[in-house]
Design a protein around this ligand. Structure first.
Ligand code: ZN
Ligand code: ZN
Length: 369
C-alpha cells in the first residue's frame, strides 16, 4: 500500500470522527464491507470495524485474515483483533474503551447479530443507536485516486462492449454473449465483474434486469447489454441497446426518445443539482413522447466501491450533487411483448460541464450490427 493511500485512510477515519462529534456519538460500529475497505484498506470478507471518536479504531476479524488484515491496514493506525466475530467480542471491546453512546450500521447488521450484541450489553451503560449513511456520504465524493480507478473500469466496460459487437452472431445465445463479455473483462485487467452482465434480446429486452437465457439471437432483435468491471474494487456500469440488422420504425422511435431523455439527463448533472430534479427532467422528455409510464426505475445511481451507492437520482432522492460524485444516467422504456431500450453512461459531476466517463458509441440512431 502506498504512503498516499495510508494517508487517505487516516483522513477518512478523521472525517468519520468529525461526523461522530456532530451526531454526539462516541463510536461507530461499521459492518459494511465496502465501508470497512474504504476506511482501512481491509478487503477480507469477515470483519467489524469500530471507530472511536477519540482517535482509536479496532478492526475485529477472524484467523483467516490475520496476516492480510495487518498488511492491508499498515500505517492507518487501526488496531487489529483476531478472534471470533460475535456479539460478545464486540460488546467487550466497547466496554473496554469506555464508550457509552454508540452508533451502528443497522442496515448492514443482521437482526440476530444485533440481538446478541444488545443482550451482551444489558446492564452496562452502553447505548446503541442505528445510524445510516455516515460513511456512504463520504464515499459519494471521490478523490483523484478513486477517480483514476473508476476511469480504468469505465474504459474496460467500453472495450468489452466493443468486443461484444465484434463477436455477436445470429444463433448465439444470450448466455454465450454474456460469457464473452465476462471473459473479456477478466482477461483485460478487471479484478472481477462488477455484476453478472445483463444480456437480453428480442421481447426479453422488456425485462429491465433480465438474466441471460438460452434464447438464441435472431435477426431484427433488440439486444440490451448492461455490464461493468471492477478495478481495485471500483466499479463501472454501462448499458447499450442495439439491433441486429435493420431497425423497424417502432424500435427506432423508442430508441430516439430514450436517447433524447438521456442527453437531457446528462446535461442536468451538475454541482448543486438535486438528484430528484435530474430524474424529473428525464421523465419529462419521456412524457413528451408518451413513454413516461414505461420507465420502471430511478434514472441513475452513484457508482464506486459498490455498483449502487449514493447519491441516487430518483423521485425519492434527497441527495444533492457535488463535484467529484460519479453517477449513472440510465433511462429505459420497457414495452411488454415488444421489447425495451436502455442507455446508460457514467457521468462525473464537476464544477462546470458534466464529464461522461463511458465512451461507447451513443447517437440518436440505434446502433445496428
Ligand atoms: Zn447498468
Ligand atoms: Zn446502473
Amino acid at each position: 500500500m502506498s504512503v498516499e493511500t495510508q494517508a487517505n485512510h487516516r483522513a477518512r477515519l478523521e472525517k468519520v470522527r468529525e461526523k461522530l462529534a456532530e451526531l454526539k456519538l462516541q463510536a461507530l460500529i461499521v459492518f459494511s464491507r465496502a465501508n470497512i475497505r474504504y476506511l482501512t484498506g481491509f478487503t477480507g470478507s469477515a470483519g467489524v470495524l469500530i471507530v472511536g471518536r477519540e482517535g482509536w479504531a479496532w478492526l475485529i476479524t477472524d484467523g483467516r485474515y490475520k496476516l492480510q488484515s495487518k498488511e492491508q491496514t499498515k500505517g492507518t493506525g487501526v488496531k487489529i483483533a483476531v478472534t471470533r466475530l460475535t456479539g460478545k467480542v464486540i460488546a467487550n471491546t466497547l466496554k473496554r474503551t469506555g464508550v457509552r453512546h454508540v452508533g451502528f450500521e443497522g442496515r448492514n447488521c443482521s437482526v440476530a447479530f444485533f440481538e446478541s450484541l444488545r443482550d451482551e450489553l444489558k446492564g452496562t451503560r452502553v447505548k446503541l443507536e442505528s445510524v445510516a449513511g455516515v460513511v456512504e456520504e463520504l464515499r459519494a465524493v471521490k478523490d483523484e485516486n478513486e477517480l483514476s480507478l473508476i476511469r480504468q473500469a469505465a474504459q474496460l466496460a467500453d472495450a468489452a462492449f466493443e468486443h461484444a459487437l465484434k463477436v455477436l452472431r445470429v444463433g448465439m445465445t444470450e448466455k454465450e454473449l454474456a460469457w464473452e463479455i465476462e471473459a473479456f473483462l477478466r482477461t483485460h485487467g478487471a479484478d472481477a465483474i462488477a455484476f453478472p452482465p445483463i444480456i437480453v434480446s428480442g421481447e426479453r429486452t422488456a425485462l429491465p434486469h433480465g438474466q441471460p437465457s438460452d434464447r438464441k439471437l435472431q435477426k431484427g432483435d433488440l439486444v440490451t447489454m448492461d455490464l461493468g468491471a471492477t478495478v481495485s474494487g471500483y466499479c463501472s456500469d454501462l448499458t447499450r441497446t442495439i439491433v441486429i440488422g435493420k431497425p423497424n420504425s417502432e424500435q427506432q422511435r423508442l430508441y430516439r426518445a430514450v436517447w433524447e431523455a438521456q442527453q437531457r439527463g446528462i446535461e442536468a448533472v451538475m454541482a448543486n443539482q438535486k438528484g430528484k430534479k435530474v430524474d424529473s427532467i428525464v421523465r419529462e422528455v419521456l412524457d413528451k413522447h408518451g413513454l413516461k409510464k414505461l420507465l420502471m426505475h430511478g434514472i441513475g445511481h452513484g457508482v464506486g466501491l459498490e455498483i449502487h451507492e449514493m447519491p441516487s437520482l430518483g423521485q425519492r432522492s434527497k441527495d444533492v450533487l457535488k463535484p467529484n460524485m460519479v453517477v449513472t444516467v440510465e433511462p429505459g422504456v420497457y414495452v411488454p411483448n415488444f421489447g425495451g431500450v436502455r442507455i446508460e453512461d457514467m457521468v462525473l459531476v464537476t464544477n462546470g460541464e458534466p464529464e461522461v466517463l463511458t465512451r461507447s458509441p451513443n447517437s440518436e440512431k440505434i446502433l445496428s450490427v
